[in-house]
Design a binder for this molecule. Structure first.
Ligand SMILES: *[C@@H]1O[C@H](CO)[C@@H](O)[C@H](O)[C@H]1NC(C)=O
Ligand SMILES: *[C@@H]1O[C@H](CO)[C@@H](O)[C@H](O)[C@H]1NC(C)=O
Ligand SMILES: *[C@@H]1O[C@H](CO)[C@@H](O)[C@H](O)[C@H]1NC(C)=O
Length: 184
């Protein structure tokens, strides 16, 4: 499913009401489904400075090159348990690396990661995937209507048509309790 452009714009309009945004990553988990295809060597949050938390991921790919990648990206809000919230999109990563479109909700988030991830080029991918010290840019959330609370981003990675693994990224938006940081 392509997420309609209009929804991102509408979301931006809604978000205008929320004002100042503070975000914090609280946990990250990487689950690979086939150790002969991919291994998560690193998957953790690091404290980079006071209140600054960076995500670090190193996934070793054992069957190169990778020519087709699609991502199922959904957001869950934590209430009692995690519930699907707002976005559930499938995106062809190779397509968006060739034709970047910041109005696409997937690329809107992926674009913010480009300075930190080595998959910042068109396909194929011929190397391990490394995300280094990725810090959430509070501005990323200026255009998406995520109200105060705790969220989980579920990022399912499908390559050559096979579901290879899932990254779970946990973050708080405008939550003031004690910073906690976990990794797993
Ligand atoms: C990803 O999303 C597509 C389209 O909604 C769906 O057909 C596919 O089964 C999903 N894959 C996984 C691994 O969830
Ligand atoms: C997202 O949509 C796909 C297919 O449309 C469905 O299989 C999946 O369960 C949905 N995920 C969430 C979190 O709603
Ligand atoms: C892509 O990522 C690599 C490794 O992180 C970096 O050296 C390179 O400058 C990046 N290229 C672009 C166009 O951002």
């Amino acid at each position: 499913m392509r997420f309609p452009v209009i929804s991102v714009l509408l979301a931006g309009a809604l978000m205008a009401a929320f004002g100042d945004i503070r975000t914090r990553q609280t946990n990250i988990k990487c689950v690979t489904r086939d150790p002969s295809y991919a291994k998560a060597l690193v998957c953790r949050l690091n404290v980079l400075g006071r209140g600054i938390i960076g995500a670090n991921v190193h996934v070793k790919l054992l069957k190169l090159p990778v020519r087709k990648v699609s991502i199922n990206f959904s957001i869950f809000q934590k209430l009692s348990g995690y519930h699907p919230f707002l976005f559930n999109v499938t995106a062809d990563l190779c397509h968006y690396m060739k034709h970047p479109n910041p109005l696409n909700v997937f690329y809107y988030f992926y674009g913010a990661m480009l300075p930190f991830i080595n998959v910042n080029h068109t396909c194929p991918i011929n190397h391990d995937v490394i995300l280094k010290d990725f810090v959430l840019d509070d501005q990323m959330f200026a255009k998406v209507p995520l109200p105060k609370g705790s969220y989980m981003f579920e990022i399912k990675i499908i390559s050559e048509g096979v579901w290879r693994g899932t990254i779970y990224s946990y973050l708080d938006i405008n939550v003031d309790d004690n910073p906690r940081i976990k990794s797993g």
